[in-house]
Design a protein around this ligand. Structure first.
Ligand code: FES
Length: 64
């Protein structure tokens, strides 16, 4: 089973395999780690759709 965990003031942590990510044209995008990876939700990552840690510098606040 794949789980997506929302991290406080941070990215979406995708845990587990079997998830395919594609770009806007449907072309596959490969994460660095095939099992677990993090997706940006702050908008500041330079390697979207993945989180690169920029949310910390941007002081992203998810309002929770
Ligand atoms: S959530 Fe980490 S860079 Fe956006």
């Amino acid at each position: 089973m794949t789980t997506i965990k929302v991290r406080k003031n941070g990215p979406y942590l995708v845990i587990g395999g079997g998830v395919q990510i594609t770009d806007h044209e449907g072309k596959p995008i490969q994460p660095d780690k095939s099992e677990n990876f993090v997706l940006c939700r702050c908008g500041h990552s330079r390697s979207k759709p993945f989180c690169d840690g920029s949310h910390r510098g941007a002081e992203f606040d998810d309002g929770s």
